[in-house]
Write a protein that binds this ligand. Sequence first.
Ligand SMILES: CC(C)(COP(=O)(O)OP(=O)(O)OC[C@H]1O[C@@H](n2cnc3c(N)ncnc32)[C@H](O)[C@@H]1OP(=O)(O)O)[C@@H](O)C(=O)NCCC(=O)NCCS
Length: 418
Amino acid sequence: MTTSGPRPIGPDDIAASITLSAEAFGDLPAGFTPPAPETWPLPGRHSWGTFADDRLVARVMGREYHSWWHGRQVPTCGIAGVAVAAEHRGSGLLDALMAQVLDEGLRERGEVLSTLYPTAPGIYRRYGYEVVTGLLEVELATARLSRVSPDPAVKLRRATAADLDDVRRVYATWAAAHNGPLTRTGPSFPTEAAEVLSSFTAVTLAVTTEPVDGFAAGEVVGFASWHRGTGYDDSATITVDDLVSLHSGATRSLWAMLGSHASVTGRVRLGTSGDDPVRLALPFAEWTVTKQVPYMLRVHDVAGALSGLRLGPLDARVELVVEGDLLGTANGRWLLTTADGVSTCVPAGPAGPAGPGTPDAPDAPAPVLAPRGLALLVSGAQPCAAVRAAGLMRGDTASDATLDTLFGARRVHVRDYF
Ligand SMILES: CC(C)(COP(=O)(O)OP(=O)(O)OC[C@H]1O[C@@H](n2cnc3c(N)ncnc32)[C@H](O)[C@@H]1OP(=O)(O)O)[C@@H](O)C(=O)NCCC(=O)NCCS
């Protein structure tokens, strides 16, 4: 048997790719239509495969995304559709595929970060990914939500195509204040208003009725995108894909709107992540997590990923050493500086003439991070003490407080599964 690849999965491989997917993830939904060869490759998807005697036996897909990290929209390679044929598991085929997909993403589209939703985190730790947050499904009793008081300074109305820019602005404002959310721009996201709106029973807007808390009257300050679902008894559930709000009154009014379905639905199911501040508007403790999917991050290009970030007012100069990256790209000594709140990261090579970007000394004490520790730290998911306790950081502690201040200001959140 001869193994070849990785090579791009082309139009002639569509059937083999679907077969491998079904074998790995189960039968495809009834009515699934395979992509037509002339539409291949699908926009924003870059699939690579390994072949044994011309049979597809392993595949990995890179998806073109941008995600928000520390106030910057960072090109991000979303890894999806990872599968190895049962008889070829354990033979290390993923190593070359992962390297290929990530390197192509970096070279062609500047994807300095990579993220994924693992079926098991252990699969990806060897590639330097670590869990930085989780996509959650939580359920609440609709009847309890009916006790939330709406804000009289906010009115609700149904979004139309004319409101889509406002919905996008509210989402972008929310997303930019966190680490992790996809920008929802680019080839994987619909641009047509009709397509966006038709995915939901309704997108409900929360609009200010008067100037309040820095918002003008008539401003859209929150929205909920929801599916009513079937049935009208206690077993019925409303599913809310997004409850995004910039204002506490808007949050309360949107919760109350969901609660108004109490006579016809028993549960409200919300897609959320981490510690969602919309929970702070609830007067009760119930928040039952019914599903959680971890979200993992890898820093593929350290200098690229750590430059241009809004890391706050501190003017800092910190060196980091990264060791143990199987894929090689993250290893090295890196100098991170911030000026006017924005970061620059360069390789800290041999000492040269003094100046910005020049390391203090190539052998000066510096903390040493494993790639997984780097992901935890720079995402703001964990502070240095926790990364050290996990065995993913060692050495000099002098810059720990600075690193925690630089990276710790934003919580990690995600909303979009891929
Ligand atoms: C997951 C899958 C792609 C792994 O391929 P593989 O060739 O078996 O990979 P390997 O056996 O070389 O394992 C790679 C690493 O993942 C770990 N791993 C594999 N399956 C795992 C599991 N179910 N749980 C935890 N870790 C797992 C291995 O221990 C190994 O880690 P190590 O290097 O630290 O020992 C393959 O088993 C598969 O196709 N499974 C079904 C589909 C799936 O789950 N895909 C992942 C989607 S996110």
